[in-house]
Design a protein around this ligand. Structure first.
Ligand code: V47
Length: 364
């Protein structure tokens, strides 16, 4: 083993922070060693626990003012394949999917040209009235920025309005890649990295917990990925408001970027491990199974991931429309637990805020 790697192993064992150069060196080290180092970090933070929840998604619309080249989901208003549900239709979906024990609804969709923060506050209020016991994790920072500007409000006032009406947490979407040049190629009209980071920072100030994502495996390189991770680490040092990081592998079907194909499973697993090693201050790394598939999700647990998201109940289309193997993502609690157990870990049910839910109580 080269000296440099020995030094890095010692740093990781001591729990020390890693620089961008050190992370780049680790990215290239042999796969079993990288898996072992990320596992060492995950065990310090989360022991053998792997978290999951009982959740479903609402996707109010796929009509979107943006036209990101990686997206297979967005449509113009009135175009074939577009949808735009009323609040009543969304409440009917809530009633259909809120089985006993469900603790979270994840609401995310396109940036609709005519909807403002008051429209979405009304949706949150209605969902909360219908499912008072369920946490609402809703709207990417990009949706939030647009809906608040549309109403002519300040970011703080708009976020406070959403919170008063039932917003409990914010998901990590819309981050893509923070590097300005890559972002311009991917999603030229969408909010900049500064917009995304500003919304999350303001949310953290208001006590709203959030997640973060990174879309990788398209036109970016390792330097861009590491810059993205360290930008998140820096914000987390200041606010402590992120609960989980989700590395999202680009899926190539039915979108304008498709000809570039997809990165390998090994590259995906290396990114999971590097995320765990870089983000020493974000407690959870999520292996999102509707995008990775069940097999790669299980492998990701051996590369530092400690969260697998939830039951989903076939309620999200973002990944299936981009060609994910899971065309109707849905898993029972028994299957989630078995997959975790078979990988050698302890399945633990959580709510949105990682409070542990006693499995035996819910199933008695
Ligand atoms: O920002 C869109 C990604 C994200 C593709 O916070 C694609 O718990 C791959 O953020 N290939 C939205 N990815 C979803 C999201 C998310 C998912 C799961 C959990 C959480 C959480 C958040 O989906 C977008 C974009 O980066 N995406 N198209 C595609 N072709």
């Amino acid at each position: 083993m080269p000296d440099k790697t020995n030094e890095l192993v010692m740093k990781i064992e001591a729990g020390a922070r890693l620089s961008v150069e050190e992370l780049a060196a680790l990215y290239r080290c042999p796969v079993p060693q990288l898996a072992a180092l990320a596992t060492h970090r995950r065990e310090r933070l989360n022991g053998k626990k792997v978290f999951y929840n009982r959740n479903f998604h609402l996707e109010p619309t796929n009509i979107c003012v943006h036209n990101c080249v990686f997206c297979a989901y967005r449509r113009d208003e009135g175009a074939a394949g577009s949808w735009d549900y009323s609040i009543d239709e969304l409440l009917a979906q809530c009633r259909r999917h809120a089985a006993p024990g469900v603790t979270e609804v994840h609401i995310v969709g396109g940036v609709h040209p005519r909807r403002d923060v008051h429209d979405y506050a009304a949706l949150l209020r209605a969902v909360k009235q219908t499912l008072p016991q369920v946490h609402i994790k809703a709207f990417t920072a990009i949706e939030i920025d647009y809906m608040i500007k549309k109403a002519g409000m300040t970011l703080e006032a708009g976020l406070a309005l959403l919170k008063e009406n039932g917003l409990d947490a914010i998901p990590g979407g819309g981050a893509e890649i923070f590097d300005a040049a890559v972002r311009r190629r991917l999603c030229p009209k969408k909010g900049t990295a500064g917009v995304w980071l500003g919304v999350h920072e303001a949310a953290h100030r208001l006590g709203i917990r959030t997640n973060a994502t990174m879309l990788f495996g398209h036109v970016e390189n390792l330097e861009h990925r590491l810059h993205h991770l360290l930008t998140l680490r820096e914000l987390q040092d200041r606010t402590g408001g992120f609960d989980a990081f989700i590395p999202l592998k680009y899926k190539s079907e039915h979108n304008a970027l498709g000809r570039i194909g997809e990165v390998s499973v090994i590259e995906t697993l290396r990114m999971v491990a590097i995320s765990r090693l870089a983000l020493d201050n974000i407690p959870h790394i999520k292996a999102y199974w509707p995008m990775l598939g069940k097999d790669v999700m299980q492998m990701a647990l051996l590369f530092g991931a400690d969260d697998i998201d939830g039951t989903i109940n076939d309620t999200t289309k973002i990944y299936s429309m981009a060609g994910a193997g899971e065309q109707h993502p849905s898993m029972s609690v028994d299957e989630l637990r078995r997959l975790v157990h078979d990988a050698g870990f302890e399945p633990v049910e959580r709510d949105t805020f990682y409070n542990i839910i006693n499995f035996s109580i819910h199933n008695s």
